[in-house]
Structures are given as structure tokens and as C-alpha cells.
Ligand binder design. Sequence first.
Ligand SMILES: Nc1ncnc2c1ncn2[C@@H]1O[C@H](COP(=O)(O)OP(=O)(O)OP(=O)(O)O)[C@@H](O)[C@H]1O
Ligand SMILES: [Mg+2]
Length: 200
Amino acid sequence: MVRRTIKVENLKKELRNKILAARNQLTKDELKAKSDKIFEKLKSLDEFKRSKWILCFVDFRNEVMTHGFIEQCLKTGKKIAVPVIVDIGDRKKDMIASEIHDIGSDLEPGFSGIEEPKKDRISRVDPRGIDLVVVPGLAFDGLKNRLGYGAGYYDRYLARVRPDCSKIAVAFDLQIVDSVPVQEYDLPMDKIITESRIIE
Ligand SMILES: Nc1ncnc2c1ncn2[C@@H]1O[C@H](COP(=O)(O)OP(=O)(O)OP(=O)(O)O)[C@@H](O)[C@H]1O
Ligand SMILES: [Mg+2]
């Protein structure tokens, strides 16, 4: 039992490194063009149209770019929360959602250098109030399994949202693989959107 767990963790690590290297090859122009296509698709979905409260990650390094999407949502009256990593004691950390009003002035570099709301502007949103989570990740497969960055923050967060909350991942085509190694706590997505297709 223990041996099997170690093996899956190694497979996850290998796949993370492989996809990170591939994603690093994308130029800024490619990232922007592909991200625009991805969000055009997302905005056409009913899950987006009917959502009032959206939790959306703030892109870091070569992730699907979310700044433009977040800005448009705020302009059109959607409520937006972004992830914040907080200490919960016992040297443990957890992810919460914090509302933002202005992506240009509400954020500062936080956990791991990722932009987060300024410490004095954190305004926690109840996970049960979120209608749509835009989920980042490193690799996904046709069964909508997800491989993240290895901290389990999204697996733990997504276990707390309402059952009817939509979990939609955004990723580039190069992040879609035949099969993602999963463990019992890994939660699948409802949809995965890439620049060329929607996996549902
Ligand atoms: N629901 C959960 N409850 C408790 N611990 C969990 C849960 N989900 C994941 N974990 C812990 O988180 C660790 C990392 O999980 P995993 O390798 O799946 O990360 P990940 O999904 O790639 O990361 P992330 O979601 O942060 O991008 C695991 O060792 C596991 O023990
Ligand atoms: Mg996981």
C-alpha cells in the first residue's frame, strides 16, 4: 500500500516536470493568443453566464493568462474572488477565496511570488457562495483528471464548494495527456477548456 503511494507520487512529479518544460517553451505572444481563445470559449458557457460569484486564479509564470478575463468580469458585474494561501497554525497552510474589486490595485506578490490580495484588503468569501471555480493545473486527461502543483490546495478547496458549483479547468493543448496519475483525494473537473476544444 505504502509502496504504491510512493510510486504514484513519483509519476506525478515526472509529469509535472515534463509539462512545465513544455509550457516554458511558449512565447508571451503565444500565451496571450491561446489564453484569449480559451476565455472566449469559457465566456460562451452557461456555467459562466449564470454564475454570480467566480473564484479565478491569478496567472503566474506561463499559466493560462487570467488578468484580462478577471478585469472583464469585474466590469460586467460578476463578483470575483482570487485564491490566497493563509497560515492555519501547526505550520499548515490552506487556500481561501478573497474578493477583489480592482485587479490593478488590489494585488501584491504573495505565496510563492503569486499575486494575491494585499494583506489589509483580504475579504474572505464562503466557499459555499462560489458558483464557478476557474481551476489552474499542470496536466489533465480525457477523464477530466487533474494534476496540480503538488500541494493539494485545490483538492482540499474544491471539497468545500457546493455540489452544483462548476469546476472548470483552463489549460493549453500541450497540457492534455493520455492519462494523469491520480490518488484517492484527487478531484476531477467538470470541464477542461483549451485553445482548441472543450473536454466535457
Ligand atoms: N482532501 C484532502 N485532504 C487532505 N489532504 C489532501 C487532500 N487532497 C490532497 N491532500 C494532500 O495534498 C498533497 C498533494 O496532493 P496532490 O499531489 O494531488 O497535489 P495537486 O493536486 O497536484 O496540487 P494543487 O491542488 O495544490 O495544485 C497530498 O500529499 C495529500 O496528502
Ligand atoms: Mg491533486
